[in-house]
Design a protein around this ligand. Sequence first.
Ligand SMILES: C[S@@+](CC[C@H](N)C(=O)[O-])C[C@H]1O[C@@H](n2cnc3c(N)ncnc32)[C@H](O)[C@@H]1O
Length: 372
Amino acid sequence: MCAHFHECGGCSLQHYQYEKQLEAKQEQIGETLQRLGGFSDFQIFSTLPSVEIFHYRNKMEFSFARQRWITEAEIAEGLYVEKNGHYLGLHAKGFFEKVIDIETCHLVKPIVSEIVAAVRDIAIHSELPVYSTRDHEGFWRFLIIRTCQNTDDLMVNVVTSRFDEKAAENIKSLSSQFPQITSLLYSTTANKASVAFTEKEYLLAGKNTIIEKLGRYQFEISANSFFQTNTKQAERLYDVALDYAEFSGDENVYDLYCGAGTISLYISDYVGQVVGFEAIESAVKDANRNSVLNGVRNCEFVLGDLRDQLLDTKNIISRFGKPDVMIIDPPRSGMHPKTVKSILYLQPDRIVYVSCNPATLARDLKELRTIN
Ligand SMILES: C[S@@+](CC[C@H](N)C(=O)[O-])C[C@H]1O[C@@H](n2cnc3c(N)ncnc32)[C@H](O)[C@@H]1O
Protein backbone atom coordinates (compact mmCIF):
# COMPACT_ATOMS: atom_id res chain seq x y z
CA MET A 1 0.00 0.00 0.00
CA CYS A 2 1.05 3.64 -0.54
CA ALA A 3 3.26 5.01 2.26
CA HIS A 4 1.18 8.22 2.33
CA PHE A 5 -2.27 6.58 2.39
CA HIS A 6 -3.31 7.18 6.01
CA GLU A 7 -2.60 10.92 5.88
CA CYS A 8 -3.11 11.80 2.21
CA GLY A 9 -6.44 13.23 1.06
CA GLY A 10 -5.87 11.91 -2.48
CA CYS A 11 -7.26 8.37 -2.06
CA SER A 12 -9.84 6.85 0.26
CA LEU A 13 -10.07 3.16 -0.65
CA GLN A 14 -6.47 2.08 -1.30
CA HIS A 15 -6.37 0.06 1.92
CA TYR A 16 -8.72 -2.46 0.26
CA GLN A 17 -7.78 -5.04 -2.35
CA TYR A 18 -9.06 -3.85 -5.74
CA GLU A 19 -12.00 -6.32 -5.78
CA LYS A 20 -13.11 -4.94 -2.42
CA GLN A 21 -12.75 -1.34 -3.69
CA LEU A 22 -15.18 -2.15 -6.52
CA GLU A 23 -17.65 -3.65 -4.08
CA ALA A 24 -17.31 -0.67 -1.73
CA LYS A 25 -18.13 1.73 -4.59
CA GLN A 26 -21.17 -0.29 -5.59
CA GLU A 27 -22.41 -0.37 -1.99
CA GLN A 28 -21.80 3.36 -1.56
CA ILE A 29 -23.92 4.19 -4.60
CA GLY A 30 -26.81 1.96 -3.51
CA GLU A 31 -26.71 3.33 0.02
CA THR A 32 -26.59 6.97 -1.20
CA LEU A 33 -29.46 6.56 -3.67
CA GLN A 34 -31.56 5.13 -0.85
CA ARG A 35 -30.56 7.53 1.92
CA LEU A 36 -30.30 10.83 0.03
CA GLY A 37 -32.50 10.11 -2.96
CA GLY A 38 -35.20 8.12 -1.20
CA PHE A 39 -35.07 5.51 -3.98
CA SER A 40 -35.83 1.88 -3.27
CA ASP A 41 -36.67 0.44 -6.65
CA PHE A 42 -33.45 0.44 -8.68
CA GLN A 43 -30.86 -1.91 -10.02
CA ILE A 44 -27.12 -1.40 -9.66
CA PHE A 45 -24.78 -3.23 -11.99
CA SER A 46 -21.34 -4.33 -10.81
CA THR A 47 -18.62 -1.71 -11.01
CA LEU A 48 -16.71 -1.89 -14.28
CA PRO A 49 -13.11 -2.51 -13.21
CA SER A 50 -10.41 -0.18 -14.44
CA VAL A 51 -8.04 -1.53 -17.08
CA GLU A 52 -5.16 -0.33 -14.89
CA ILE A 53 -5.37 0.10 -11.15
CA PHE A 54 -2.19 2.18 -10.80
CA HIS A 55 -0.58 4.88 -12.97
CA TYR A 56 -3.91 5.48 -14.70
CA ARG A 57 -4.64 9.09 -13.66
CA ASN A 58 -3.96 11.44 -16.54
CA LYS A 59 -4.19 14.65 -14.50
CA MET A 60 -2.99 15.56 -11.06
CA GLU A 61 -3.10 18.91 -9.31
CA PHE A 62 -0.43 19.32 -6.66
CA SER A 63 -0.54 22.21 -4.19
CA PHE A 64 2.24 24.21 -2.63
CA ALA A 65 2.05 24.75 1.14
CA ARG A 66 4.22 26.40 3.76
CA GLN A 67 3.68 23.48 6.09
CA ARG A 68 3.94 19.80 5.45
CA TRP A 69 2.12 17.04 7.26
CA ILE A 70 4.32 15.52 9.97
CA THR A 71 3.55 11.92 10.82
CA GLU A 72 3.19 10.72 14.41
CA ALA A 73 6.45 8.78 14.05
CA GLU A 74 8.23 11.99 13.00
CA ILE A 75 6.76 13.89 15.93
CA ALA A 76 8.01 11.12 18.23
CA GLU A 77 11.47 11.65 16.71
CA GLY A 78 11.25 15.31 17.72
CA LEU A 79 10.48 16.85 14.32
CA TYR A 80 8.76 20.21 14.53
CA VAL A 81 6.37 21.90 12.09
CA GLU A 82 8.21 24.37 9.87
CA LYS A 83 6.12 27.52 9.30
CA ASN A 84 7.64 28.85 6.10
CA GLY A 85 8.75 25.90 4.07
CA HIS A 86 8.37 25.06 0.38
CA TYR A 87 6.31 21.91 0.24
CA LEU A 88 4.56 20.45 -2.78
CA GLY A 89 2.14 17.55 -2.82
CA LEU A 90 -1.42 16.55 -2.05
CA HIS A 91 -3.45 17.95 0.83
CA ALA A 92 -3.41 16.02 4.05
CA LYS A 93 -6.91 14.63 4.81
CA GLY A 94 -9.01 17.55 6.06
CA PHE A 95 -6.11 20.06 6.18
CA PHE A 96 -5.98 22.71 3.49
CA GLU A 97 -2.93 24.44 4.91
CA LYS A 98 -0.74 21.34 4.94
CA VAL A 99 0.38 19.00 2.21
CA ILE A 100 1.92 15.57 2.17
CA ASP A 101 5.28 16.33 0.59
CA ILE A 102 4.70 13.46 -1.85
CA GLU A 103 7.66 11.39 -3.03
CA THR A 104 5.69 8.93 -5.12
CA CYS A 105 2.03 8.87 -6.06
CA HIS A 106 1.02 5.49 -7.48
CA LEU A 107 -2.01 6.85 -9.31
CA VAL A 108 0.14 8.71 -11.84
CA LYS A 109 2.96 7.69 -14.15
CA PRO A 110 6.40 7.59 -12.44
CA ILE A 111 7.63 10.61 -14.46
CA VAL A 112 5.00 12.75 -12.70
CA SER A 113 6.62 12.18 -9.29
CA GLU A 114 10.02 13.06 -10.83
CA ILE A 115 8.63 16.35 -12.18
CA VAL A 116 7.06 17.14 -8.78
CA ALA A 117 10.49 16.72 -7.14
CA ALA A 118 12.14 18.96 -9.77
CA VAL A 119 9.53 21.74 -9.39
CA ARG A 120 9.75 21.55 -5.60
CA ASP A 121 13.51 21.98 -5.95
CA ILE A 122 13.06 25.08 -8.15
CA ALA A 123 10.73 26.58 -5.53
CA ILE A 124 13.06 25.77 -2.64
CA HIS A 125 15.99 27.48 -4.43
CA SER A 126 13.95 30.53 -5.38
CA GLU A 127 13.76 33.55 -3.11
CA LEU A 128 9.99 33.43 -3.49
CA PRO A 129 7.62 32.28 -0.73
CA VAL A 130 4.73 29.85 -1.00
CA TYR A 131 1.22 31.34 -1.28
CA SER A 132 -1.20 30.78 1.56
CA THR A 133 -5.00 31.11 1.51
CA ARG A 134 -4.72 32.31 5.12
CA ASP A 135 -3.01 35.65 4.35
CA HIS A 136 -3.31 35.57 0.52
CA GLU A 137 0.37 36.36 0.22
CA GLY A 138 3.15 34.44 -1.40
CA PHE A 139 4.04 33.22 -4.89
CA TRP A 140 4.04 29.45 -5.52
CA ARG A 141 0.51 27.97 -5.79
CA PHE A 142 -0.04 24.81 -7.85
CA LEU A 143 1.55 22.34 -10.22
CA ILE A 144 -0.75 20.62 -12.70
CA ILE A 145 0.57 17.71 -14.72
CA ARG A 146 -1.37 15.99 -17.50
CA THR A 147 -0.16 12.84 -19.23
CA CYS A 148 -1.75 10.94 -22.10
CA GLN A 149 -2.32 7.20 -22.49
CA ASN A 150 -2.80 6.96 -26.25
CA THR A 151 -0.31 9.63 -27.34
CA ASP A 152 3.02 10.77 -25.88
CA ASP A 153 1.81 14.26 -24.95
CA LEU A 154 2.70 15.59 -21.50
CA MET A 155 1.65 18.98 -20.11
CA VAL A 156 3.28 20.69 -17.14
CA ASN A 157 1.62 23.84 -15.82
CA VAL A 158 3.19 25.71 -12.89
CA VAL A 159 0.74 28.14 -11.31
CA THR A 160 1.83 31.16 -9.27
CA SER A 161 0.16 34.31 -7.96
CA ARG A 162 1.95 36.67 -10.39
CA PHE A 163 4.49 36.66 -13.21
CA ASP A 164 8.18 36.59 -12.29
CA GLU A 165 10.86 36.59 -14.99
CA LYS A 166 13.47 34.63 -13.02
CA ALA A 167 10.94 32.00 -11.93
CA ALA A 168 9.81 31.64 -15.56
CA GLU A 169 13.41 31.04 -16.62
CA ASN A 170 13.89 28.38 -13.95
CA ILE A 171 10.63 26.66 -14.82
CA LYS A 172 11.67 26.71 -18.48
CA SER A 173 14.74 24.63 -17.57
CA LEU A 174 12.35 21.71 -16.94
CA SER A 175 12.06 21.19 -20.68
CA SER A 176 15.74 20.24 -21.01
CA GLN A 177 15.61 18.14 -17.84
CA PHE A 178 12.46 16.34 -19.10
CA PRO A 179 12.41 16.20 -22.91
CA GLN A 180 9.16 14.19 -22.59
CA ILE A 181 7.32 17.45 -21.80
CA THR A 182 5.43 18.53 -24.95
CA SER A 183 3.68 21.49 -23.34
CA LEU A 184 5.32 23.64 -20.67
CA LEU A 185 3.14 26.39 -19.28
CA TYR A 186 3.58 28.98 -16.62
CA SER A 187 0.25 30.40 -15.41
CA THR A 188 -0.93 32.95 -12.92
CA THR A 189 -4.09 33.32 -10.91
CA ALA A 190 -5.30 35.99 -8.51
CA ASN A 191 -8.20 33.80 -7.37
CA LYS A 192 -8.22 33.69 -3.58
CA ALA A 193 -9.83 30.25 -3.43
CA SER A 194 -7.70 27.14 -3.50
CA VAL A 195 -8.74 26.35 -7.07
CA ALA A 196 -6.17 25.55 -9.72
CA PHE A 197 -8.05 27.43 -12.45
CA THR A 198 -5.67 29.80 -14.18
CA GLU A 199 -6.29 33.29 -15.57
CA LYS A 200 -3.21 34.02 -17.63
CA GLU A 201 -0.99 31.49 -19.39
CA TYR A 202 2.57 31.89 -20.68
CA LEU A 203 3.82 29.19 -23.03
CA LEU A 204 7.45 28.41 -22.13
CA ALA A 205 8.06 25.43 -24.43
CA GLY A 206 6.18 23.21 -26.88
CA LYS A 207 2.48 23.77 -27.63
CA ASN A 208 -0.28 24.99 -25.35
CA THR A 209 -2.56 21.97 -25.72
CA ILE A 210 -2.22 18.21 -25.53
CA ILE A 211 -3.87 15.68 -27.82
CA GLU A 212 -5.42 12.49 -26.49
CA LYS A 213 -7.29 9.79 -28.42
CA LEU A 214 -10.49 8.00 -27.43
CA GLY A 215 -11.77 5.41 -29.89
CA ARG A 216 -11.40 6.84 -33.37
CA TYR A 217 -11.47 10.43 -32.08
CA GLN A 218 -8.67 12.82 -31.23
CA PHE A 219 -9.18 15.51 -28.61
CA GLU A 220 -7.16 18.64 -28.26
CA ILE A 221 -7.29 19.76 -24.64
CA SER A 222 -6.12 23.09 -23.26
CA ALA A 223 -4.95 23.73 -19.70
CA ASN A 224 -8.28 24.78 -18.18
CA SER A 225 -10.46 22.26 -20.02
CA PHE A 226 -11.84 19.19 -18.32
CA PHE A 227 -10.91 15.72 -19.54
CA GLN A 228 -11.98 12.46 -17.83
CA THR A 229 -9.07 11.54 -15.56
CA ASN A 230 -8.84 7.82 -16.39
CA THR A 231 -8.39 7.76 -20.17
CA LYS A 232 -9.03 4.06 -20.76
CA GLN A 233 -12.10 4.07 -18.50
CA ALA A 234 -13.38 7.22 -20.24
CA GLU A 235 -13.76 5.28 -23.46
CA ARG A 236 -15.64 2.54 -21.63
CA LEU A 237 -17.76 5.12 -19.80
CA TYR A 238 -18.75 6.72 -23.10
CA ASP A 239 -19.58 3.27 -24.54
CA VAL A 240 -21.87 2.65 -21.56
CA ALA A 241 -23.52 6.07 -22.06
CA LEU A 242 -24.02 5.25 -25.76
CA ASP A 243 -25.53 1.92 -24.85
CA TYR A 244 -27.95 3.41 -22.29
CA ALA A 245 -29.01 6.22 -24.64
CA GLU A 246 -30.31 3.65 -27.17
CA PHE A 247 -29.97 6.01 -30.10
CA SER A 248 -31.83 5.13 -33.27
CA GLY A 249 -29.87 7.48 -35.52
CA ASP A 250 -31.83 10.73 -35.83
CA GLU A 251 -32.14 12.07 -32.29
CA ASN A 252 -31.60 15.66 -31.27
CA VAL A 253 -29.25 15.35 -28.27
CA TYR A 254 -28.32 17.98 -25.68
CA ASP A 255 -24.94 17.26 -24.06
CA LEU A 256 -25.09 19.29 -20.83
CA TYR A 257 -21.72 20.21 -19.23
CA CYS A 258 -19.97 19.07 -22.41
CA GLY A 259 -16.39 20.18 -21.59
CA ALA A 260 -14.16 19.88 -24.65
CA GLY A 261 -16.96 18.12 -26.56
CA THR A 262 -15.73 14.61 -25.88
CA ILE A 263 -19.10 12.91 -25.36
CA SER A 264 -20.75 14.98 -28.12
CA LEU A 265 -18.21 13.89 -30.69
CA TYR A 266 -18.08 10.31 -29.42
CA ILE A 267 -21.85 9.87 -29.97
CA SER A 268 -22.08 12.03 -33.10
CA ASP A 269 -22.15 9.10 -35.55
CA TYR A 270 -25.19 7.61 -33.85
CA VAL A 271 -27.51 10.63 -33.71
CA GLY A 272 -29.03 13.41 -35.84
CA GLN A 273 -27.36 16.31 -34.06
CA VAL A 274 -25.74 17.23 -30.75
CA VAL A 275 -25.86 20.58 -28.97
CA GLY A 276 -23.22 20.84 -26.24
CA PHE A 277 -23.50 23.37 -23.40
CA GLU A 278 -20.45 24.43 -21.38
CA ALA A 279 -19.37 27.33 -19.11
CA ILE A 280 -15.62 27.45 -19.77
CA GLU A 281 -14.64 29.42 -22.86
CA SER A 282 -11.42 27.51 -23.59
CA ALA A 283 -13.36 24.22 -23.39
CA VAL A 284 -15.92 25.46 -25.96
CA LYS A 285 -13.05 26.55 -28.21
CA ASP A 286 -11.49 23.09 -27.79
CA ALA A 287 -14.87 21.48 -28.57
CA ASN A 288 -15.23 23.47 -31.81
CA ARG A 289 -11.65 22.72 -32.81
CA ASN A 290 -12.17 19.04 -31.99
CA SER A 291 -15.20 18.90 -34.27
CA VAL A 292 -13.09 20.16 -37.16
CA LEU A 293 -10.14 17.91 -36.23
CA ASN A 294 -12.39 14.86 -36.42
CA GLY A 295 -14.42 15.92 -39.46
CA VAL A 296 -17.66 15.99 -37.42
CA ARG A 297 -20.43 18.21 -38.81
CA ASN A 298 -23.47 17.60 -36.64
CA CYS A 299 -22.30 19.12 -33.32
CA GLU A 300 -22.54 22.69 -32.12
CA PHE A 301 -21.39 24.11 -28.82
CA VAL A 302 -22.88 26.88 -26.73
CA LEU A 303 -20.91 28.89 -24.18
CA GLY A 304 -22.45 29.93 -20.86
CA ASP A 305 -23.56 28.91 -17.39
CA LEU A 306 -26.28 26.28 -17.78
CA ARG A 307 -28.26 27.75 -14.92
CA ASP A 308 -28.93 30.86 -17.06
CA GLN A 309 -28.66 29.29 -20.50
CA LEU A 310 -31.59 26.93 -20.11
CA LEU A 311 -33.88 29.35 -18.26
CA ASP A 312 -35.74 30.52 -21.35
CA THR A 313 -36.79 27.08 -22.52
CA LYS A 314 -38.98 28.40 -25.40
CA ASN A 315 -36.02 30.26 -26.82
CA ILE A 316 -33.76 27.22 -26.38
CA ILE A 317 -36.25 25.02 -28.25
CA SER A 318 -36.64 27.56 -31.04
CA ARG A 319 -32.84 27.81 -31.42
CA PHE A 320 -31.85 24.16 -31.07
CA GLY A 321 -35.06 22.11 -31.32
CA LYS A 322 -36.64 20.03 -28.57
CA PRO A 323 -34.16 17.50 -27.17
CA ASP A 324 -34.99 13.82 -27.60
CA VAL A 325 -32.15 12.70 -25.37
CA MET A 326 -30.03 14.53 -22.80
CA ILE A 327 -26.60 13.44 -21.65
CA ILE A 328 -25.86 15.20 -18.37
CA ASP A 329 -22.34 15.11 -16.91
CA PRO A 330 -22.11 17.84 -14.26
CA PRO A 331 -19.22 18.70 -11.93
CA ARG A 332 -19.08 17.22 -8.40
CA SER A 333 -21.53 19.84 -7.15
CA GLY A 334 -24.23 18.46 -9.46
CA MET A 335 -26.90 20.58 -11.13
CA HIS A 336 -28.34 23.92 -10.05
CA PRO A 337 -32.06 23.51 -9.08
CA LYS A 338 -32.98 25.96 -11.90
CA THR A 339 -31.23 23.70 -14.40
CA VAL A 340 -33.19 20.72 -13.10
CA LYS A 341 -36.42 22.68 -13.56
CA SER A 342 -35.48 23.67 -17.11
CA ILE A 343 -34.76 20.04 -17.94
CA LEU A 344 -38.23 19.11 -16.75
CA TYR A 345 -39.75 21.80 -18.99
CA LEU A 346 -37.68 20.62 -21.93
CA GLN A 347 -38.99 17.08 -21.41
CA PRO A 348 -36.41 14.91 -23.15
CA ASP A 349 -37.57 11.33 -23.79
CA ARG A 350 -34.45 9.90 -22.16
CA ILE A 351 -31.74 11.17 -19.85
CA VAL A 352 -28.35 9.57 -19.34
CA TYR A 353 -26.79 11.12 -16.21
CA VAL A 354 -23.02 10.60 -15.87
CA SER A 355 -21.94 11.41 -12.31
CA CYS A 356 -18.71 11.60 -10.36
CA ASN A 357 -20.49 12.20 -7.05
CA PRO A 358 -23.20 9.80 -5.83
CA ALA A 359 -24.51 12.35 -3.28
CA THR A 360 -25.36 15.06 -5.82
CA LEU A 361 -26.56 12.41 -8.28
CA ALA A 362 -29.07 11.19 -5.65
CA ARG A 363 -30.16 14.77 -4.87
CA ASP A 364 -30.62 15.67 -8.57
CA LEU A 365 -32.47 12.45 -9.40
CA LYS A 366 -34.81 13.08 -6.50
CA GLU A 367 -35.50 16.58 -7.86
CA LEU A 368 -35.98 15.28 -11.39
CA ARG A 369 -38.50 12.79 -10.09
CA THR A 370 -40.51 15.10 -7.86
CA ILE A 371 -40.74 18.55 -9.53
CA ASN A 372 -43.66 19.08 -11.91
C1 LIG B 1 -17.47 16.45 -15.23
S1 LIG B 1 -17.05 17.61 -16.48
C2 LIG B 1 -17.71 16.78 -17.89
C3 LIG B 1 -17.12 17.17 -19.22
C4 LIG B 1 -17.41 16.26 -20.39
N1 LIG B 1 -18.76 15.78 -20.41
C5 LIG B 1 -16.42 15.13 -20.46
O1 LIG B 1 -16.81 13.95 -20.37
O2 LIG B 1 -15.22 15.39 -20.63
C6 LIG B 1 -18.16 18.92 -16.13
C7 LIG B 1 -18.07 20.11 -17.04
O3 LIG B 1 -19.08 21.03 -16.66
C8 LIG B 1 -18.59 22.34 -16.81
N2 LIG B 1 -19.43 23.18 -15.94
C9 LIG B 1 -19.38 23.30 -14.59
N3 LIG B 1 -20.37 24.10 -14.14
C10 LIG B 1 -21.08 24.50 -15.24
C11 LIG B 1 -22.22 25.33 -15.42
N4 LIG B 1 -22.83 25.90 -14.38
N5 LIG B 1 -22.69 25.52 -16.68
C12 LIG B 1 -22.08 24.93 -17.74
N6 LIG B 1 -20.98 24.13 -17.62
C13 LIG B 1 -20.49 23.92 -16.39
C14 LIG B 1 -17.13 22.23 -16.41
O4 LIG B 1 -16.37 23.30 -16.94
C15 LIG B 1 -16.75 20.87 -17.00
O5 LIG B 1 -16.26 21.02 -18.30
